[in-house]
Design a protein around this ligand. Structure first.
Ligand SMILES: NC(=O)c1ccc[n+]([C@@H]2O[C@H](COP(=O)([O-])OP(=O)(O)OC[C@H]3O[C@@H](n4cnc5c(N)ncnc54)[C@H](OP(=O)(O)O)[C@@H]3O)[C@@H](O)[C@H]2O)c1
Length: 341
């Protein structure tokens, strides 16, 4: 089996750290691994397996001889460095929103549209974390009974904003419990013991960018331009694990039993659904796990073709690092990665 020269850009961040874990855990075939971040982290040492590696500042030269670069350093860095890397023959798998809706860039969730990897021109986009877990649960049902309308409400963990937000929740929670005032830095308002229906910027249509990403990305990944989709995305004081209440209108009725049966055999999905014993997905149970957990599957009483469900996953793993590494695995298995050496 071929082994690849791999680079992680944003290696010191939450997703970058998860990349290192996932690559190790899945024994991705690596000939070498190179860690990049900003100048602030240059010289820092991180372990990949037993190998101690020095983090370097990202530069246009970082990608020479790199076969696969996993980017998790934000959209601005991706915008600048990804085309440079792609031009030097590196396959870029980008976690940011920089290229997701570009027509020449595949947007991939391997359980749904792995064949889209084939038409990449050097950059493949990893979808938004809340979109990934939604489509893993939606697509197996959509294949059997096409969906006409989807309404999603999310409850998103602070780790989705990065390491500074994790610290902010810890600090604020302590201050609130001590009866002290909180001054928000990362979010516009206090996040501890609160909810914020604002993720990313507001758009002219009244949605936030996060909500609109869910609409557009879901359609692109599922190749289903006609599905009507609406989303409300809410930041909640949970460290890891995004949760979603999803209401679906199908072309024909689908019983909860049929949906449970389909999802029980769907790739990447684990059904946890027994109200009699309060069994349903929860973020703290999903944290650290690779699966997308689905429960509370029930008929939507408001529509004869309706179904409702509750979907939870680890946003740093399936919502980010794991999905990107699975894309790299698919590309490697199908020999769709050019090697440089
Ligand atoms: N967190 C999630 O659940 C999630 C899910 C899907 C996608 N994403 C995306 O993944 C990206 C990173 O998220 P994160 O949660 O890991 O954020 P994070 O914890 O804040 O980490 C940011 C990373 O970017 C690096 N970086 C910052 N400025 C840089 C520069 N000028 N040059 C090179 N590297 C630079 C940082 O390096 P320093 O340590 O040197 O500052 C750090 O390694 C974002 O695009 C985010 O939208 C995140």
């Amino acid at each position: 089996m071929k082994a690849y020269n791999v680079a992680i850009v944003g290696a010191t961040g939450l997703v970058g750290q998860e990349f290192i874990k996932v690559l190790e855990q899945r024994t991705f075939p690596m000939a070498s691994v190179h860690l990049y971040a900003s100048d602030r982290s240059a010289g820092k040492k991180l372990f990949v397996g037993h190998q101690e590696i020095t983090v370097k500042e990202t530069s246009p030269e970082s990608f020479q001889h790199i076969d696969i670069a996993l980017f998790s350093a934000g959209a601005e860095i991706s915008h600048y460095f990804s085309p440079i890397a792609a031009r030097s023959g590196t396959l870029v798998i980008d976690n940011s929103a920089a290229f997701r809706m570009e027509s020449k860039v595949p947007l991939v969730v391997p359980e749904v549209n792995p064949e889209d990897i084939k038409w990449h021109e050097g950059i493949i986009a990893n979808p938004n974390c809340s979109t990934i877990q939604a489509v893993v649960a939606l697509y197996p049902l959509h294949k059997v009974n096409p969906m006409k309308r989807i309404i999603i409400s999310t409850y998103q963990a602070v780790s989705g904003t990065g390491s500074a937000a994790m610290e902010e929740l810890t600090t604020q929670a302590k201050l609130v419990l001590e009866g002290q005032n909180v001054i928000p830095h990362v979010y516009p308002h206090q996040i501890a013991f609160n909810l914020l229906p604002e993720i990313d910027v507001f758009l002219d249509n009244g949605y936030t960018k996060e909500e609109w990403k869910m609409v557009e990305e879901t359609r692109k990944i599922m190749h289903a331009e006609d599905i009507a989709i609406s989303a409300t995305c809410v930041r909640v004081p949970v460290f890891i694990g995004h949760s979603e209440a999803i209401h679906i209108e199908f072309t024909h009725p689908m019983t909860p039993e049929e949906a449970r049966g389909i999802l029980a055999h769907a790739p990447g999905v684990k059904v946890l659904d027994d109200p009699n014993v309060s069994l349903y997905p929860q973020p703290w149970l999903a944290a650290g796990s690779d699966d997308v957990f689905v429960g509370r599957i029930r008929a939507d009483a408001s529509h004869p073709n309706g179904l409702a469900m509750w979907v939870v996953a680890d946003n740093l793993r399936k919502g980010a690092a794991l999905n990107a590494v699975q894309i790299a695995e698919e590309a490697a298995q199908r020999d769709w990665v050019k090697t440089q050496s």
